[in-house]
Design a protein around this ligand. Sequence first.
Ligand code: DQA
Length: 146
Amino acid sequence: MKVLTLHGVNLNMFGKRDPKQYGTITLDQINAGLVELGRELGVEVDSFQSNFEGAMCERIHQALHEGVSAVIINAGAWTHYSYAIRDALAILSCPIIEVHMSHVHAREAFRHVSVFAEVVKGQICGFGIDSYLLGLRAAVSAVRQA
Ligand code: DQA
Protein backbone atom coordinates (compact mmCIF):
# COMPACT_ATOMS: atom_id res chain seq x y z
CA MET A 1 0.00 0.00 0.00
CA LYS A 2 1.32 3.41 -0.96
CA VAL A 3 0.07 6.58 0.77
CA LEU A 4 0.91 9.97 -0.70
CA THR A 5 1.18 12.98 1.60
CA LEU A 6 0.71 16.35 -0.07
CA HIS A 7 1.89 19.57 1.57
CA GLY A 8 0.76 22.85 0.07
CA VAL A 9 1.75 26.44 -0.01
CA ASN A 10 4.11 27.79 2.70
CA LEU A 11 4.32 24.46 4.50
CA ASN A 12 8.02 24.17 3.63
CA MET A 13 8.36 26.97 6.19
CA PHE A 14 7.18 24.88 9.15
CA GLY A 15 9.82 25.27 11.84
CA LYS A 16 10.33 28.93 10.98
CA ARG A 17 6.75 30.07 10.68
CA ASP A 18 4.32 31.20 13.43
CA PRO A 19 5.49 28.80 16.18
CA LYS A 20 2.42 29.61 18.30
CA GLN A 21 0.25 27.90 15.68
CA TYR A 22 2.62 25.35 14.21
CA GLY A 23 5.31 24.71 16.81
CA THR A 24 8.92 24.36 15.74
CA ILE A 25 8.76 21.02 13.94
CA THR A 26 10.05 21.08 10.36
CA LEU A 27 8.45 19.52 7.29
CA ASP A 28 11.35 17.04 7.08
CA GLN A 29 10.65 15.93 10.65
CA ILE A 30 6.94 15.52 9.85
CA ASN A 31 7.78 13.45 6.77
CA ALA A 32 10.22 11.32 8.78
CA GLY A 33 7.51 10.70 11.40
CA LEU A 34 5.12 9.57 8.67
CA VAL A 35 7.66 7.21 7.13
CA GLU A 36 8.38 5.71 10.57
CA LEU A 37 4.68 5.17 11.35
CA GLY A 38 4.20 3.85 7.82
CA ARG A 39 6.88 1.23 8.51
CA GLU A 40 5.02 0.16 11.67
CA LEU A 41 1.76 -0.08 9.75
CA GLY A 42 3.37 -1.82 6.77
CA VAL A 43 2.74 0.94 4.23
CA GLU A 44 4.98 3.05 2.05
CA VAL A 45 4.62 6.81 2.55
CA ASP A 46 5.71 9.25 -0.10
CA SER A 47 5.52 13.04 0.24
CA PHE A 48 5.41 16.09 -1.99
CA GLN A 49 5.42 19.82 -1.22
CA SER A 50 4.87 22.73 -3.59
CA ASN A 51 4.17 26.44 -3.46
CA PHE A 52 2.74 26.29 -6.98
CA GLU A 53 -0.91 25.41 -7.42
CA GLY A 54 -0.46 23.94 -10.91
CA ALA A 55 2.39 21.72 -9.71
CA MET A 56 0.16 20.45 -6.92
CA CYS A 57 -2.63 19.67 -9.42
CA GLU A 58 -0.15 17.80 -11.63
CA ARG A 59 1.13 15.76 -8.66
CA ILE A 60 -2.47 14.81 -7.90
CA HIS A 61 -2.98 13.74 -11.54
CA GLN A 62 0.19 11.66 -11.30
CA ALA A 63 -1.20 9.99 -8.16
CA LEU A 64 -4.06 8.67 -10.30
CA HIS A 65 -1.63 7.16 -12.81
CA GLU A 66 0.50 5.67 -10.01
CA GLY A 67 -2.58 4.16 -8.40
CA VAL A 68 -1.81 5.39 -4.88
CA SER A 69 -3.97 3.77 -2.21
CA ALA A 70 -4.74 6.94 -0.24
CA VAL A 71 -3.84 10.61 -0.05
CA ILE A 72 -3.24 12.80 3.01
CA ILE A 73 -3.38 16.50 2.18
CA ASN A 74 -2.54 19.64 4.10
CA ALA A 75 -2.96 22.25 1.40
CA GLY A 76 -2.28 25.19 3.72
CA ALA A 77 -4.17 28.34 2.66
CA TRP A 78 -5.25 26.69 -0.63
CA THR A 79 -7.66 24.64 1.48
CA HIS A 80 -9.84 27.69 1.90
CA TYR A 81 -10.18 28.78 -1.74
CA SER A 82 -8.57 26.53 -4.36
CA TYR A 83 -11.27 25.07 -6.57
CA ALA A 84 -8.50 23.89 -8.90
CA ILE A 85 -7.03 21.60 -6.25
CA ARG A 86 -10.51 20.57 -5.11
CA ASP A 87 -11.36 19.51 -8.68
CA ALA A 88 -8.04 17.66 -9.04
CA LEU A 89 -8.72 15.76 -5.79
CA ALA A 90 -12.21 14.91 -7.04
CA ILE A 91 -10.63 12.96 -9.94
CA LEU A 92 -9.18 10.44 -7.46
CA SER A 93 -11.23 7.54 -6.23
CA CYS A 94 -8.99 6.60 -3.29
CA PRO A 95 -9.65 7.88 0.27
CA ILE A 96 -8.39 11.43 0.88
CA ILE A 97 -7.78 12.68 4.41
CA GLU A 98 -7.47 16.45 4.99
CA VAL A 99 -5.21 17.46 7.85
CA HIS A 100 -4.11 20.70 9.50
CA MET A 101 -1.51 21.27 12.18
CA SER A 102 -3.50 24.08 13.81
CA HIS A 103 -7.10 24.11 15.04
CA VAL A 104 -8.43 26.00 12.02
CA HIS A 105 -11.94 26.36 13.50
CA ALA A 106 -10.55 28.30 16.45
CA ARG A 107 -8.79 30.79 14.16
CA GLU A 108 -9.85 33.48 11.65
CA ALA A 109 -13.22 32.98 9.93
CA PHE A 110 -11.67 32.43 6.49
CA ARG A 111 -9.93 29.30 7.85
CA HIS A 112 -13.25 27.76 8.90
CA VAL A 113 -14.10 26.93 5.29
CA SER A 114 -12.56 24.02 3.41
CA VAL A 115 -13.47 23.86 -0.26
CA PHE A 116 -12.24 20.24 -0.13
CA ALA A 117 -14.82 19.12 2.44
CA GLU A 118 -17.13 17.42 -0.08
CA VAL A 119 -14.36 15.40 -1.71
CA VAL A 120 -12.43 14.20 1.34
CA LYS A 121 -13.23 11.28 3.60
CA GLY A 122 -12.63 13.34 6.73
CA GLN A 123 -10.66 16.14 8.34
CA ILE A 124 -8.26 16.21 11.29
CA CYS A 125 -6.97 19.47 12.73
CA GLY A 126 -5.40 20.97 15.80
CA PHE A 127 -2.98 18.24 16.85
CA GLY A 128 0.30 19.38 15.29
CA ILE A 129 2.25 16.45 13.84
CA ASP A 130 -0.32 14.11 15.36
CA SER A 131 -2.86 15.47 12.82
CA TYR A 132 -0.67 13.89 10.12
CA LEU A 133 -0.05 10.68 12.07
CA LEU A 134 -3.75 10.27 12.86
CA GLY A 135 -4.42 11.03 9.20
CA LEU A 136 -2.12 8.19 8.18
CA ARG A 137 -3.88 5.77 10.55
CA ALA A 138 -7.26 6.91 9.18
CA ALA A 139 -6.08 6.51 5.59
CA VAL A 140 -4.72 2.99 6.19
CA SER A 141 -7.83 1.87 7.99
CA ALA A 142 -10.08 3.34 5.26
CA VAL A 143 -8.16 1.38 2.61
CA ARG A 144 -8.16 -1.83 4.65
CA GLN A 145 -11.92 -1.57 5.27
CA ALA A 146 -12.74 -0.95 1.60
C1 DQA B 1 -2.75 25.06 7.99
C2 DQA B 1 -3.90 26.02 8.30
C3 DQA B 1 -4.16 26.97 7.16
O1 DQA B 1 -5.23 27.86 7.48
C4 DQA B 1 -2.91 27.81 6.90
O2 DQA B 1 -3.13 28.67 5.81
C5 DQA B 1 -1.69 26.98 6.75
C6 DQA B 1 -1.48 25.83 7.61
C7 DQA B 1 -2.40 24.15 9.17
O3 DQA B 1 -1.70 23.18 8.96
O4 DQA B 1 -2.83 24.41 10.30
O5 DQA B 1 -0.82 27.30 5.93
O6 DQA B 1 -3.13 24.24 6.89
